[in-house]
Design a protein around this ligand. Structure first.
Ligand code: HEC
Ligand code: HEC
Length: 286
């Protein structure tokens, strides 16, 4: 098969899957309670800014199989907890020319990082929109005299996971007005822009077709309050920006890089579509 025909078939398959109501399946009617004691809101009325677009918002967790959902309900079964534990260890380990650890300034991670995941991304003192990874690297380079971690490196995944655990069960609290608004507007525009040979926007799949199947995947609303997630397919942690990159690549478009301004803007907008939902602090996805 030539490249051209295989692309045509892929485009046809996507169009077929997206237009076929018969491929719709109900999401799970289930409640997420982690370790039997931490309830997580996975279903909520949509934020006002989504009027005319969505009535209710749903965690991606509801669209997964019974087995995958069960893994997220118990930390002993959730593979992401191993990464979180490594991040917790790094938290109190000195690094860099200043001989400091994160704990030296922020105290215990459960105190210092409580609620931080829920507020990200947010505008910093210099007026720039920063993701969690940016704040971490700023502390490493400017406050510890240590090297920056790569956006999708193992130590960064470990740390962002350990920090996310400390916002479990807390509602998404991103700010979208004031100095955040221009970034939010750009992210929104990107969300509705059609990309690639398949001419699909984020909304084509995650707003107009959630609940439908595209190939073997049960489409969710593409929310990010479960991130970082452990993906069974990769046997590892996947960051928000990495997931965006994969989705854009699936439309056969050139994509942006994790850590680009475009993805920071998109992250803010997508996070705001999850207002009403709670942070999962380490989701499990296929
Ligand atoms: C020398 C002190 C110092 C060290 C060491 C340090 N930080 Fe920070 N960090 C700060 C200060 C000061 C701020 C900005 C004020 C604030 O929000 O607490 C900050 C902000 C942050 C934020 C943003 C918090 C928010 O709510 O906006 C994160 C996340 C963070 N640090 C993570 C880390 C991590 C992870 C490490 C270790 C790799 C670390 N920091 C090491 C001093 C430090
Ligand atoms: C061709 C359809 C398609 C398009 C277009 C698309 N995605 Fe996805 N996306 C998927 C599929 C399939 C999955 C995996 C199943 C699911 O969670 O929906 C997914 C998963 C996700 C997830 C993970 C959700 C979770 O809870 O694990 C996020 C976040 C996401 N997409 C965001 C986006 C964003 C932002 C865009 C636009 C840049 C986008 N997607 C464009 C098909 C698409």
């Amino acid at each position: 098969m030539t490249l051209r025909t295989s692309r045509t078939i892929l485009a046809a398959t996507a169009a077929f899957a997206l237009s076929t109501a018969a491929l719709h399946a109900e999401m799970a009617d289930d409640e997420l309670v982690i370790n039997g004691d931490t309830p997580i809101t996975v279903k909520a009325p949509a934020a006002d800014h989504l009027e005319g677009h969505l009535d209710e918002v749903y965690s991606g967790w509801l669209f997964r199989t019974d087995e995958t959902r069960a893994m997220e309900q118990d930390d002993f079964d959730n593979p992401i907890m191993i990464f979180a534990e490594q991040g917790q260890e790094t938290w109190s380990t000195a690094d860099g020319s200043e001989g400091k650890s994160c704990a030296d300034c922020h105290g215990d991670i459960s105190e210092g990082m409580k609620g931080v995941r829920a507020s990200m991304p947010k505008v910093n003192e210099a007026g720039k929109l920063w993701s969690m990874e940016d704040y971490i690297n700023d502390c490493r380079t400017n406050r510890m005299g240590a090297e920056a971690w790569g956006w999708d490196s193992t130590p960064m995944h470990n740390m962002t996971t350990a920090i996310a655990v400390e916002s479990r069960g807390m509602p998404v609290s991103v700010k979208i007005d004031g100095d955040a608004q221009p970034f939010w507007e750009k992210g929104k525009e990107m969300y509705y822009t059609r990309y690639g040979q398949l001419e699909l926007s984020c909304a084509s799949c995650h707003e107009e077709n959630y609940g439908n199947y595209i190939r073997a995947d049960h489409l969710s609303q593409g929310q990010i309050q479960g991130f970082p997630v452990y993906r069974l397919k990769n046997a590892g942690v996947v960051s928000i920006h990495n997931r965006f990159k994969g989705c854009i690549r699936d439309t056969r478009a050139e994509t942006y890089s994790p850590g680009s301004d475009e993805f920071r803007n998109l992250e803010l907008y997508v996070a705001s579509r999850g207002l009403g939902l709670d942070i999962e602090g380490g989701g499990v996805r296929p």
